[in-house]
Design a protein around this ligand. Structure first.
Ligand code: SF4
Length: 154
C-alpha cells in the first residue's frame, strides 16, 4: 500500500504491459499509461478503479484481451445463482453481446451492441441483489471505455 503501480511492477520484474486488471474479475482494467497511480484507497477511487481483492493482474503486450474479457463474462454467467433477474438475465445477455462483437456478427453494429452492454450493465449494477451482479459489468465496462478494446470491430 502506498507505492505506485510502476514500482510494484518493477519489483515483480514485469517487462511488458498492455493492461492491468485491478481487483480481479470484479475489478477494472487500467491502461499501461496509468502506472503512476498510487496503491491507496483514495488514489484508486480518484482514478475510478478499485483495489478490490488486492489482485494486480498484468497482461503483457500481445495478450488477447478480448478473450480475457470473454472469459470474465463467462465467469459471471457461470457464477450467477439466478436468484434475481438483472444478474440472471444480464450476465447471459452481456456474454452474448460480447461474443457477437468479437465474432463480427453484431446486431445493428458495434455501437448498438456497446449501447446494449451499457444498458444491461447499469441495470445489473443498480438492481442486482448482491455484489456479484453489481460488479459483473465492471471489468467489461472498463475494457470498453478505458481500453477501447472493441472500438475497431465493425
Ligand atoms: S446478483 Fe447475487 S443474488 Fe442476484 S442472481 Fe446474481 S449472484 Fe444471485
Amino acid at each position: 500500500m502506498g507505492t505506485n503501480l510502476r514500482d510494484l511492477l518493477a519489483m515483480a520484474g514485469t517487462e511488458s504491459v498492455s493492461a492491468i486488471l485491478m481487483g480481479g474479475a470484479a475489478g477494472t482494467f487500467l491502461r499501461a499509461d496509468e502506472l503512476d497511480m498510487q496503491l491507496t484507497l483514495e488514489a484508486s477511487r480518484a482514478a475510478d478503479t478499485t483495489l478490490g481483492s488486492g489482485v494486480v493482474m498484468v497482461f503483457a503486450e500481445g495478450a488477447d484481451l478480448r478473450d480475457v474479457v470473454l472469459r470474465i463474462a463467462g465467469f459471471f454467467r457461470d457464477e450467477s445463482c439466478g436468484q434475481c433477474v438483472p444478474c440472471r438475465v444480464g450476465t447471459v445477455r452481456q456474454e452474448e453481446a460480447l461474443h457477437r462483437i468479437v465474432k463480427g456478427a453484431t446486431i445493428g453494429g458495434t455501437s448498438r451492441e456497446l449501447a446494449l452492454l451499457d444498458e444491461v450493465g447499469v441495470a445489473m449494477r443498480d438492481a442486482s441483489i448482491c455484489g456479484l451482479g453489481q460488479t459483473a459489468y465492471a471489468a467489461v465496462e472498463s475494457a470498453i471505455k478505458r481500453l477501447r478494446l472493441f472500438e475497431v470491430v465493425a
